[in-house]
Design a binder for this molecule. Structure first.
Ligand SMILES: Cc1cc2nc3c(=O)[nH]c(=O)nc-3n(C[C@H](O)[C@H](O)[C@H](O)COP(=O)(O)OP(=O)(O)OC[C@H]3O[C@@H](n4cnc5c(N)ncnc54)[C@H](O)[C@@H]3O)c2cc1C
Length: 401
């Protein structure tokens, strides 16, 4: 029996009825073999299709093209989307960080101008926080913002900016006061990534794809009206950006790798010492551990869904989800590659990698999950301090020991 209310079950049924006719055009099978450019183009069409049906921006206000629903409907929608392998990942950053910040801090005119095209997939937004010497320690940002009349002049470099090569705009945090304590000298803006002085340079990854970029700002002029929040409030807004809808990102118990069934099928059809690998104790151990881990993560996810359905915020358990899911994905991928032998590392360098369907891609891509959205070590700090209530780790930049 479902623990969700009849209304939420009815919503899920409506979502399924909407998605099913689109599986052939946008589902996992339709995307295999596509280049990154073609997959992004498909994702834009899927986003437009969702918007036309009233399913884009489920939690956004209706006056800006959203559906005015709550986070629980969003989680249910994403579960169904993920189950069919639709190309929604390209808009995750855009619609779960920069655009919600625009909704909180931009003027009504700016919201009316920027939110609807983002919801329809016509414009994509990036999050420009990390720099060559700044990642976990966000307050150490060096990109400068210098006031010049009614404008600001941006200069510096960002890095690891996901999908910046496809983006029209981005939110950025820059140092506006080099003399203030580092957490108080930052200011938050939105910026036109096609403006003069912006250079976007894609970074080639191990598996051939270019999902990240270096972004250079050479005296880029932006109006003060594009500042979000107060001068000096940039650190607080950057943290707020990272906290918005953080739970949805944590909801895949395979760690965004292939489903465990794919390893079971491989173990059944591969021979080890003249017997199916599924009879080998080591392989069985990996499968059993992964199954137990995934069951535990599903239970954590279900608990969080119920918290949302009851109108409460899920706790910091989302940190455990990513931490454990990413490690599980690695063990499963290594076991699969052992079974596949040399064939396991063959891949189509022209096609966009599909870590969810291919064990070699999953293995090559897995380390990024241990870094993105908070590194393993930072998440362990969260678990220690916020879940277990242990004293805060030594932070030399905050206070002397
Ligand atoms: C898939 C992916 C997508 C990304 N997309 C974006 C994006 O769109 N926009 C953007 O701005 N950035 C993006 N990033 C960058 C990401 O935010 C940073 O890589 C991340 O914050 C870590 O920063 P860093 O790489 O500078 O490593 P560092 O912060 O230098 O960390 C190096 C090592 O030190 C450890 N460490 C650091 N501080 C502590 C501490 N206090 N306690 C214990 N250990 C610590 C870390 O865990 C890590 O092992 C992305 C990264 C990935 C992998």
């Amino acid at each position: 029996m479902s623990a969700l209310s009849p209304e939420l079950e009815a919503f899920r049924a409506r979502v399924v009825a909407f998605m099913e006719p689109h599986v052939a055009e946008f589902g996992q099978a339709a995307r295999l073999g596509l280049s990154l450019d073609d997959d992004v183009a498909l994702a834009r069409r899927w986003q437009a299709t969702k918007a036309a049906a009233g399913f884009a921006g489920l939690t956004f206000p209706t006056e800006y093209g959203g559906a005015g629903l709550s986070q629980i409907e969003q989680v249910l929608f994403v579960e169904e989307e993920a189950a069919r392998g639709f190309p929604s990942a390209y808009f995750v950053i855009s619609l779960s960080m920069p655009i919600p910040m625009m909704l909180r801090y931009a003027t009504p005119e700016q919201k009316a101008r920027f939110v609807p095209p983002a919801l329809r997939g016509e414009q994509m937004w990036s999050q420009l926080f990390s720099e060559p010497s700044t990642g976990s320690d966000l307050a150490a940002v060096r990109t400068r913002a210098v006031r010049d009349g009614d404008d600001w002049i941006l200069s510096g470099q960002k890095v690891w900016t996901t999908f910046a090569q496809y983006s029209d705009y981005g939110v950025i945090v820059a140092r506006s006061d080099p003399d203030a304590p580092k957490h108080r000298g930052l200011t938050y803006f939105f910026v036109d990534l096609k403006a003069p002085g912006v250079t976007v340079r894609p970074i080639r990854q191990l598996h051939g794809a270019e999902e990240f970029n270096e972004v250079f700002f050479d005296d880029v002029r932006i109006p003060d009206a594009w500042r979000l929040g107060e001068v000096g409030a940039g650190f607080r807004l950057a943290v707020e950006t990272l906290m918005i809808e953080r739970y949805t990102a944590a909801a895949d118990e395979t760690g965004f790798g292939p489903p465990l069934d794919a390893l079971v099928a491989l173990a059944q059809e591969t021979q080890v010492d003249g017997r199916p690998a599924s009879q080998d104790g080591r392989v069985r151990g990996v499968i059993a551990r992964a199954f137990a881990t995934q069951q535990a993560l599903s239970a954590i996810h279900e608990k969080s869904v119920l918290e949302l359905a009851a109108g409460r915020e899920p706790g910091p358990e989302g940190s455990i989800h990513k931490l454990v899911g990413a490690r599980g994905r690695r063990e499963v991928a290594i076991c699969a590659l052992d079974l596949l032998g040399a064939d396991g590392l063959r891949f189509d360098a022209g096609a966009h990698p599909r870590p969810k369907t291919d064990f070699a891609m999953s293995w090559m891509d897995q380390p990024t999950l241990r870094i993105a959205g908070g590194t393993d070590e930072m998440l362990l700090n969260t678990v220690a301090e916020r879940i277990l209530g242990l004293p805060q780790d030594y932070r030399p930049d905050k206070a002397p020991r």
